[in-house]
Design a protein around this ligand. Structure first.
Ligand SMILES: [Zn+2]
Length: 487
């Protein structure tokens, strides 16, 4: 870390004078500066000084962590439809106003599911309590609970071959999430999660009366992890709950030698849709204010833990990114708009509403970036877009991202998926980015009681906001649009 800090310290000494207007002067009047400053000069060379200033200021800034501390410790978790989510909406709007930004909220109707009393027990071959956490959106069990034998399933192919045994049973999906790896990152989440989302209805189709899901996590200290399920309207809705990795493996071992009986009791309720809002805060552009760089995260969380990494961290990263720029007196050519999407977890309600409400201006949205992978030290960005613009956007971003080398966040990679909340904009031609981070522990705490502020490192969060501020500033300030054809 020492060389990085030294570099940042040097950059900090340069002060905020190398601002947007200064850079703009370099670019708009190339003739007086000779060939070295023609538009063929790399983006990184054009913005090197201002980027160093932003990184230095962001590295020393603790505003993102202060915001996250209020959101998590004073408001807490923020499930869709809850009063806490609406308190978070009001707080975020006020916090961005207090930082001097132009703020508005946009009404969105959202789903409202609430967890009730939940308990379960192993009845045979041993009797003991079985901690459970209902999957988001689950129907309740019949009053008093349901009791049935468990059929352990390891993949959908096995489900099909054991259809006769599944009828009248509780299906346990004991599917392990493969851990993070350097080459595949968290691709393992995509291996396990279809059993949580589609598994209940596929089991119901074969006559199962309930589902238990091995918590989707690569590492467990007896932690329960929830997450949304998605019922097939053509099938009966059956109750579904997560069990710990440890209990999934215990049941699997017991079931290998004889019948296992479980009692499951859930009292969840689906209430009428509730009113919520997306929160928008802007640093208005000085030259093309109607062209927009969207940077966002989702303000809601599950109803466990504090939603600290998921996705309080993403929200405060974006909020602080424009505040860092504002404090430095930087106003890019285009508008940078922070969008705090509501109700992502229970069906992406806020993002779908945003894409629909802003359909007419998506042609002027030059980029949309999301942070929804935790508030860890930044690694770079992954790009998902229409194929016809991908190469040129990738080329400009790769050039730009070299400005993030001092904090080791210069990796740019193409991807099929950038972020759930920005994804609805891709069809309108908007390139979308995910802020990638060193988040290998993210799924250890994701959607669990363990997603709390103590898991967030203030310095890593500050560097994420700094990286985001550099990227948003430069994309918003470039003379040419990010997706413009190469000259
Ligand atoms: Zn999230």
């Amino acid at each position: 870390m020492k060389p990085v800090l030294a570099l940042l310290a040097v950059a900090a000494c340069a002060g905020p004078s190398q601002g947007g207007d200064h850079v703009a002067a370099w670019i708009s009047d190339t003739s007086s500066y000779g060939p070295a400053l023609t538009p063929t000069v790399s983006i990184a060379d054009r913005y090197r000084e201002v980027a160093a200033n932003i990184l230095a200021a962001g590295h020393a800034d603790r505003g993102a962590y202060a915001k996250l501390a209020f959101l998590t410790d004073r408001i807490g978790h923020r499930p869709s439809g809850s009063p806490e989510l609406e308190r978070a909406v009001a707080w975020a709007a006020q916090a961005m106003k207090d930082d001097g930004h132009v703020v508005r909220t946009e009404k969105v109707m959202v789903g409202h599911w609430v967890r009730g009393v939940e308990d379960a027990a192993l009845l045979a071959p041993v009797a003991r309590p079985l901690p459970v956490l209902g999957l988001g959106g689950t129907v309740p069990t019949p009053k008093g609970g349901l009791t049935a034998n468990v059929v352990v399933i390891h993949d959908f192919a096995e489900l099909a071959t054991r259809a006769a045994e599944v009828k009248g049973a509780i299906v346990l999906y004991d599917v392990a999430m493969p851990p993070w790896s350097e080459t595949k990152g968290h691709a393992g989440y995509g291996v396990a999660v279809p059993y949580r989302t589609a598994g209940p209805s596929l089991a119901a189709k074969l006559g199962a009366v309930g589902v238990l899901m091995r918590s989707v996590t690569p590492h467990s200290l007896h932690t329960l992890h929830t997450g949304a399920l998605s019922y097939d309207p053509a099938q009966p809705k059956i109750p579904a709950a997560a069990v710990t990795v440890e209990d999934a493996e215990l049941i699997t071992r017991l079931a290998a030698t004889g019948p296992v009986q479980v009692r499951l009791h859930l009292e969840s309720q689906q209430l009428p849709d509730a009113e919520s809002a997306n929160v928008l805060g802007e640093l208005t552009g000085r030259e093309f204010p109607d062209e927009v760089v969207v940077i966002g995260g989702h303000l809601d969380s599950w109803d466990v833990g504090q939603g600290a990494h998921d996705d309080g961290a993403g929200c405060v990263t974006m909020m602080q990114a424009i505040t860092i720029l504002k404090k430095l007196g930087l106003q890019p050519r285009r508008t940078i708009r922070v969008v705090l999407f509501t109700s992502e977890e229970k069906g992406v309600w806020g993002a779908k509403a945003y894409a629909a409400d802003h359909a007419a201006e998506l042609g002027k949205t030059v980029l949309a970036v999301e942070s929804d992978g935790g508030g860890f030290s930044p690694r770079g960005f992954s790009l998902a877009s229409k194929p016809e613009i991908k190469d040129r956007v990738l080329a400009r971003l790769t050039d730009l991202a070299s400005l993030l080398q001092p904090i080791d966040a210069a990796r740019i990679r193409p991807s099929d998926h950038a972020g759930t909340d920005v994804e609805p904009m891709i069809a309108s031609g908007v390139p979308t980015l995910n802020l990638d981070s060193n988040n290998r522990t993210y799924f250890d705490i994701h959607h669990s009681e363990a997603d709390t502020l103590d898991k967030v490192d203030p310095q890593q969060l500050a560097d994420a906001a700094a990286a985001m501020a550099v990227l948003a500033y430069v994309v918003a300030d470039l003379p040419e649009r990010l997706d413009a054809p190469a000259p």
